[in-house]
Design a protein around this ligand. Structure first.
Ligand code: FMN
Length: 420
């Protein structure tokens, strides 16, 4: 078995197992919070025949939406994160899915409610002001994001920690409906799959983890109570999208050494038990896939600092627990991805940063070509620079001079080893 062994996702055929990991790029139109023509170009560049792409996080409502432009680094470059609750946003996403389908690819829409990571500033946006729609920030409990831990790690960049409002029990139904509207829009926009983003410290994890969730009703306390929101939202989404078209992303962590990854300050006292419960519970549904983030992930660093990528996989125990298709993400390089597929640790591998900088990653992995090295400063916000201007092999062969460095695939791991 290798990365190019065909497989099936839900009921759709894939020609290979290389997936574009969901990546927020903050290039949406600032007025409409909709993707632009550049977004369509970005995804179509990465599409391949029988290949699977997952969109960046797409926000289900104003209440779900962070305003990254409050960060000076993003404000300088401009851009916003996209939504999918208006007709205009839905229409704009249709141009993205069409562009991907034209190249024979499949694409999922990753739906996100950021919970306490979203900022109240969105209430002032013309699209939201006077709309009567609920605004941020909400959470399982009124637990603010800790701004930094004892090591000085800043969980929330330079944002002031606003104390969120604890959602009322009766509001959870409304949130399920927001997810359903977004999923309906995603299907109408032509997405092949919908993915529930239940990872990385956003709303659903803010319910799952007892470091944040202090509720005393049936959504707090025991692990099964804390996972209730996850399962209720999955069920609400399945009602709209049907079997085999819904994926879920989780980011299991454990308490051992480097696995104590925390996303936006979310922590749990017994993470192994929590994620085992969540993963096993998902077996009740006919999901298209489960995407797991490896806790070694260090997705924000630039290439030179990326010393975690060779740490061993930690999620392999979920292979035994989950009965469906498993996609892995987090620190894979061409070689380690191939090994994970070969050993059956994952069915598919999602690449983040290497796909970001290599629009034709699939072809390059197939023929062993050098990879463009990614440019950290343009991950978030801005224009085509660092977004759609990474050259494909054809452009490189034309001999034009490009500013992006190339690296031989076989040296990626060894180079990181010298840093470790
Ligand atoms: C710029 C950037 C934006 C990201 N945005 C998202 C996102 O919107 N949703 C998500 O689930 N993960 C997001 N991630 C995490 C990636 O999906 C992936 O797990 C991470 O990059 C690790 O994979 P890699 O080591 O192959 O880059 C992001 C990562 C990067 C680098």
């Amino acid at each position: 078995m290798n990365l190019f062994t065909p497989t099936v996702l839900g009921s759709l055929d894939l020609k290979h197992r290389i997936v574009l990991a969901p990546m927020t790029r903050i290039r949406a139109d600032e007025n409409t919070l909709a993707p632009t023509a550049l977004t369509a170009l970005y995804y179509s560049q990465r599409a391949s025949s029988g290949g699977f792409l997952i969109s960046e996080a797409v926000h289900i409502s104003p209440e779900a939406t962070p305003v990254w432009s409050i960060y000076p680094s993003v404000a300088e470059l401009g851009g916003q994160v996209p939504g999918i609750w208006t007709d205009e946003q839905t229409d704009a996403w249709r141009t993205v899915t069409r562009a991907v389908h034209l190249r024979g690819g499949l694409i999922a829409c990753q739906l996100l409610h950021a919970g306490r990571v979203a900022q109240p500033e969105i209430a002032e946006h013309p699209l939201v002001k006077d709309s009567g729609l609920p605004t941020p920030s909400v959470c399982s409990s009124a637990t603010p994001i800790r701004q930094s831990d004892e090591k000085g790690n800043d969980y929330n960049w330079d944002q002031q920690a606003v104390t969120p409002r604890a959602l009322e029990k009766c509001e959870i139904k409304r949130i399920c409906e927001d997810y359903q509207l977004a999923a309906q829009n995603a299907l109408s926009a032509g997405f092949d799959f919908v993915e529930l983003h239940a990872a990385h410290g956003y709303l659903i994890e803010q319910f799952m983890a007892d470091g944040v969730n202090k509720r005393v009703d049936e959504y707090g306390g025991s692990i099964s109570n804390r996972c209730r929101v996850l399962f209720e939202i999955v069920e609400a989404l399945l009602d709209v999208v049907g079997n085999d078209r819904l994926g879920v992303r989780l980011s299991p962590v454990s308490s051992g050494s480097f696995c104590t990854q925390q996303y936006f300050g979310v922590s749990d006292s017994s993470p192994e038990t929590l994620y085992e419960f969540a993963v096993k519970g998902l077996n009740r549904y006919k999901l298209a896939y489960l995407l797991l983030t490896e806790p070694r992930v260090d997705g924000l660093s630039g290439y030179e600092q990326d010393s975690q990528a060779l740490l061993p996989l930690q999620n392999t125990k979920y292979r035994e627990l989950f009965q469906g298709t498993l996609i892995g993400a987090g620190g894979f390089n061409p070689k380690s991805a191939q090994v994970a597929i070969d050993k059956g640790e994952y069915d598919l591998i999602a690449f983040g940063r290497w796909f970001l900088s290599n629009p034709d990653l699939v072809m390059r992995l197939n023929n062993g070509a050098d990879l463009n090295v990614y440019h950290r400063d343009t991950f978030y916000g801005g224009n085509e620079k660092g977004y759609t201007d990474y050259p494909d092999m054809l452009r490189l062969q034309e001999g034009s001079c490009y500013e992006y460095r190339q690296i031989a695939q076989e040296t990626i791991g060894s180079r990181l080893k010298t840093i470790l």
